[in-house]
Design a protein around this ligand. Structure first.
Ligand SMILES: Nc1ncnc2c1ncn2[C@@H]1O[C@H](COP(=O)(O)OP(=O)(O)OP(=O)(O)O)[C@@H](O)[C@H]1O
Length: 636
């Protein structure tokens, strides 16, 4: 496990100044674990109890960090899932009905484990169902929905007679493993922290994988993630279920620590407190969950003693302080406290850069899926009479065009001519009102962007869409998402290392090819806009596309960079790619394109070679009528 790996954009970004004493995050983590283990037997009972509570909260907060900080979905209702885990084991361990079902094994040491299984199964089913309904919502509707089901589950738990109503369930047996009883917080605390550390390790592994990059991409917007082949709806639900399962495990441990359950610890207030923990600690950082859980738990303990003494009356005043604290933290530390601590610690702690090609030996490196290069002249992309209306506005009017393997086709036209709209039609972002798009011979009506990606369409965006805090190599590796297949479980257990090494090697190869080798480990946001556009091209190439759609690739590039880009695209054309470029830079287009299609007011006014288009009177008229007279300059 690696405390700062989730905090750092890249190894290089973490690099400490040369010559300073260095500790790697891994060593620091080991020191922390060993210190905790050695101190555990000697700590006072009360401290052990508080630490166990911190462990329980942190387990839930880890799920919230993934859900909220990494995946961009806010949940106020996580306490209800803790309740599900707690009540499932409480019921199965104590109910006569459950004992009837369990027959001979009722009362044995196995029953709490059946309670865990029941809690996980119920939570899985409920979270999947809730996720399927609520995660389609965006903006403030999603958090509102989590409040709604958080409240509902809380009242449900408190109103079911067989669960003891508001009184709850008592007499839950302690965990017993191989004859060893985990009845005391000192004993169960070991299990709690072991589970927490295991969860941190597994979640760190998940984030440091192909699926982790897909999860991070969710926050960058569905459009980008889908274009890389990520099924965003499915990933959102899986992330939601994963966070719920972590909460349920925390609930199971809680029930066997307290040995009784009632609905109070699972109400909305506690759900909000758990979200505080994730956000205050550092919503995008796994160890931020531990930090947040520690700070809030300790603060709560202190405030519960101090505030009544100060105010002369009792009440839940700590909630007011939490609210103020939240305001302060969000004002001063928008990303929570963990990134600030990690930044301060950078003098002494640094990540060891993962060397290019490091990982499993070449012989054990997995093979990524390969796409056969189409023969030159093969028809790759075809638009037949594509029209798009927005209300009364006809943005695209009966456009037909083709793209063949081994050619560069440019789409030009004045601002507002309908180029982006057409780009959206041929990349699955939007559906034509009438007409048809075919990709490698397949009709694409109604298919999402990821279906286009899986058929070999790679694209860049007019407004760059990168994960700015992540390194260039991670961004580019996302482009190869569909070429690998290891899933969440393999990633968590680190069984995907060979494949991951292959993905990273491929990403680095494409970065080198695009001339950005020196920036591979730099956070993408720290590059110039022009370089970020090139990163997008490298990301598209990592998917080994046969069709490349480039939306204004030369915008923001300096002269030499444009020349290098032009050479790269010419080389890709020679390798057999079909490239469609939407571009305003006429010199770039005229020097590169084999064919040009000119749009005006959504209609094709000319198609042909650069020379034919430059000599076309309608084209000259269209450009003279607009602000851009570069074409005329070129034509002369
Ligand atoms: N979602 C939408 N709803 C309504 N009108 C839209 C929508 N998208 C585009 N339009 C309109 O369609 C027309 C074509 O826009 P589009 O963005 O495709 O042009 P463009 O050629 O890409 O322009 P630019 O070069 O400035 O990017 C414009 O009049 C625009 O206002």
């Amino acid at each position: 496990m690696n405390p700062s790996s989730s905090t750092s954009a890249s190894p290089a970004a973490n690099a400490a100044p040369e010559g300073r004493p260095l500790v790697t995050p891994r060593v620091l983590t080991l020191v922390f674990i060993v210190a905790l283990a050695l101190a555990w037997g000697w700590l006072p009972e009360f401290t052990v109890s508080v630490l166990s509570n911190i462990g329980l909260y942190a387990l839930v907060a880890v799920g919230l960090v993934l859900l909220t900080g990494v995946g961009g979905m806010t949940s106020f209702g996580q306490a209800a899932f803790v309740g599900m885990g707690a009540y499932a084991t409480a019921w199965i361990c104590t109910s006569p009905t459950a004992a009837g079902w369990l027959g001979g094994i009722a009362g044995s040491a196995l029953v709490p484990w059946l309670g865990l299984l029941l809690g996980l199964v119920l939570t899985f089913a409920l979270a999947w169902a809730l996720g399927a309904v609520t995660l389609k919502l965006s903006g403030h509707y999603l958090p509102l929905c989590t409040i709604a089901w958080g409240l509902s589950l809380y009242f449900l738990l408190g109103n079911m007679e067989f669960l003891g109503g508001q009184t709850g369930i008592t007499g839950i047996p302690p965990l017993v493993v191989a004859g060893v009883s985990f009845a005391t917080p000192r004993m169960l605390g070991v299990v709690i922290w072991a589970v927490l550390l295991l969860a941190l390790w597994a979640m760190h592994n998940l984030l440091d994988s192909r699926e982790g990059r897909a999860i991070r991409a969710l926050k960058g917007g569905r459009l980008m993630a889908e274009s890389m082949g990520v099924d965003t709806a499915r990933h959102r639900i899986k992330l939601f279920v994963l966070a719920a399962l972590l909460a349920a495990i925390s609930g199971w441990l809680y029930a066997h620590m307290q040995r009784f359950v009632n609905p109070t610890p699972f109400n909305l207030n506690i759900g909000i407190e758990m979200l505080f923990m994730a956000v205050v600690g550092g919503a995008g950082h796994l160890w931020g969950a531990v930090l947040g859980a520690t700070l809030i738990t300790l603060l709560k303990e202190k405030l519960q003693d101090v505030l009544p003494a100060l105010l002369g009356t009792s009440g839940n005043f700590e909630v007011v302080v939490f609210g103020l604290l939240m305001l302060f933290v969000l004002q001063r530390f928008a990303d929570g406290l963990w990134p600030t601590i990690a930044r301060l610690a950078r003098r002494w702690v640094r990540e060891v850069p993962r060397a290019a090609g490091a990982g499993p030996a070449a012989s054990t490196t997995a093979q990524l899926a390969q796409r056969a290069v189409p023969a030159a002249g093969t028809l790759l992309l075809q638009a037949d009479g594509v029209s798009k209306r927005f209300g009364g506005l006809v943005a695209n009017n009966d456009i037909s065009m083709t793209l063949k393997a081994g050619e560069v086709h440019a789409l030009i036209g004045p601002n507002g001519a309908g180029k982006s709209t057409f780009f959206n039609m041929i990349s699955g972002v939007d559906d034509p009102t009438t007409g048809e798009v075919r990709l490698v011979g397949q009709a694409m009506s109604g298919k999402p962007s990821r279906a286009f990606a899986s058929l070999g369409l790679g694209r860049t965006f007019q407004h760059v869409r990168l994960l700015g805090q992540r390194s260039v190599v991670e961004n580019v590796a996302l482009g190869a998402h569909l070429r690998a297949k290891r899933g969440w479980l393999a990633a968590m257990l680190r069984l995907d290392r060979a494949e991951e090494a292959a993905l990273m090697a491929e990403a680095r190869r494409q970065i080198e090819r695009c001339g950005l080798g020196a920036h591979a480990d730099t956070p993408a946001a720290s590059l110039s806009l022009g370089q970020q556009r090139v990163v997008e091209i490298a990301r598209a190439l990592a998917g080994q596309p046969s069709v490349l759609l480039l939306d204004e690739p030369a915008a923001g590039l300096r002269h030499l960079e444009k020349r290098a880009l032009s050479e790269l695209l010419a080389q890709l054309r020679a390798e057999g790619l079909g490239i469609l470029v939407v571009e305003h830079d006429m010199e770039f287009v005229m020097n590169l394109a084999d064919r040009i299609t000119v749009l005006e007011f959504g209609t094709v006014i000319a198609t042909g070679t650069p020379a034919e288009v430059q000599a076309n009177p309608r084209v000259l008229e269209a450009y003279l009528g607009g602000a851009d007279d570069e074409l005329l300059e070129d034509a002369r």
